[in-house]
Structures are given as structure tokens and as C-alpha cells.
Design a protein around this ligand. Sequence first.
Ligand code: BTN
Length: 321
Amino acid sequence: MREILQLLQDGEFHSGESIGALLGVSRAAVWKRLQHLEASLGLEIHRVRGRGYSLASPLSLLNSSVISDACNTCGWSVRVLESVDSTNAEALRLLAAGAEAPLLLLAERQISGRGRRGRSWISPFGENLYFSLGLRLEGDAFPLDGLSLSVGLAVLRTLQEMGCAAAGLKWPNDILVGAQKLAGVLLELAGDPAGVCQVVIGIGINVNMLHRASSLIDQPWTSLREQLGYVVDRTALTLVLARWLEHYLELHGRDGFCALRTEWEAAHLWQGRDVSLHAGPQCILGTVLGVDEGGALRLDVAGQERQFSGGELSLRLRDDS
Ligand code: BTN
């Protein structure tokens, strides 16, 4: 499967003969295998008489040896999976089973990708980045408050380095271009936060997905490909993200989120904006003042400053129709 995909990932036409020669099978067997790929991975393959086969949209597959070589030097072990329910769920399972940490888990696709507030995260094959870093921490030695906001900064710097200058942050850890979501962060924790615990930092970046390909997402979104105008190399993006994440984890581990607070607020797209904060049926109206030293949102509510934190909260602009 990998061999055919590696050949077809450029989105160009390849003849049945050349694919057959690569795999050592007949032309009829090639067609069967391609049909299997379409059905099992949800890929769209064009078949044109006289030209051969091409993917409807080019792919950028992950190069696991390049990623392992780069990440092993900073002490991370790496696993790249073809398909998984959720890289976060798998990282939690592996850590619980005693796997070595830090552990970077990547997948070409997720069947049940998880988003914040119980939402699902659409994860088509080979298109976006599904990245989970599993850590084993001593809760009293590594500050957990504000960690997801520090991770948001790492993702933002990555996207900016890739050329997406318009990206910014939305509390607590969405990365947006205008009102469209480009990336998200989901932190999951197991064990005792005050003692030994396992933390999985899950990052999803919309890389090469196009609107015509996905109508399943229930909020405005964009992708790097849409922003930059070309197919982005997912391996190169992974290496840039790993480097920024290592940098911000070091800063956060040493001084906590308070050292990054001013930088975070400077990148916050909704500083000073009138917002509504939703927690289930409850809705609070206020104006964004910023964040506190633990990453909680500071709102001016009817002239009084109040702080809010928690994974179930959702922030919206008030002038959004
Ligand atoms: C959000 O809702 O904004 C957070 C999305 C996080 C998605 C990533 S993709 C890799 C990792 N595995 C998951 O199941 N979720 C996170």
C-alpha cells in the first residue's frame, strides 16, 4: 500500500503498467488494489484511459525515518502509524503500558480524532497533521497551569515560520486566521497531577485539506495549503513543530506560563474584544482583558475583573452574527 501511495502522492498520472512493474503484479491487479485503497482510506483516485491513475489531490506522506532521526537527537522516541483511533488515545495507552517518554506519536489518519469539549476532529488520510507528544511528569516539578497556552504559542510560531503570518491565538488554545480555525490543541492527563502523571499534548493542524474535500467540519476553518497556495510538506512541518514545542516546553518547565504571558497576550487576536463566554447553558458577557499567570481568561464583566478557566468553556465574539 505504502509503495503505491508513495508513487501516486505527487498527484500526477501514472500508467497501470508502471504501477504494476513497481509492485510486480498485472494491470488488472493494480486496478483492484487501487479500488481497495479508495475504499479503505477514503481516497479519490482518477482513472483515465491512455493516461493511467492519479490521486484527485496530491498527498504529502510522513517520512518516519527523517522524523525519528531529527527527534531522537532531542531524546524523543517516535512512532508513525498508518491509521489509529486517536493519537492522543494511543499515546495515553502506551504511556500507561510503560512506554518510554517523551514519546511522539503521529498518524497518517485518525478514525476517531478527538477535539476539545467532546467534539470530534476530522482527520482524513495523509492530509493534515495529527501529532501527540506523551510526557511522564512529576506534577510538583513541572507546572501544568497554562501549559496548553504555552503549547499554543509553539504551534503559532510553527505556522508563522511556515509562512502563515496572519495566524493568531484565540483563548485558550485555538490558532485562527481571521475567524477560521487552522489548528487546535487538546491536552489530556492521566495519573496524579500533584504526583507522577502522564500528559499527552495533542496538536491538530489543518495542512493540505481543501474545502471541496471536507464538508464534515461544523465550524469555519482553513488550511495551510489554502493560506499559502501550495501543498505543504508534512514531514518538514513536523520537524518545525517539534523544534518550537521543545523550545516552549523548556521555557514553560523552567519558569511556568507566567514568563510567556506577555508574549501570549501580544498574539491574542481577541485582546480588548467584546465576547460571550459559554459554559453549558450559562453565558457571561464581558470584554477580554487578557490572561493571568496560570492561563485563566481575564474578563471585564460589568466593570469588575473576573477570571475563568476550564476545558469546557467556549469563547465567542459578541458581534459575531
Ligand atoms: C480542538 O478541538 O481544537 C483540539 C483538536 C486537537 C486534535 C488533535 S489531532 C492529534 C491529537 N489526537 C486527537 O485525537 N486529538 C488531537
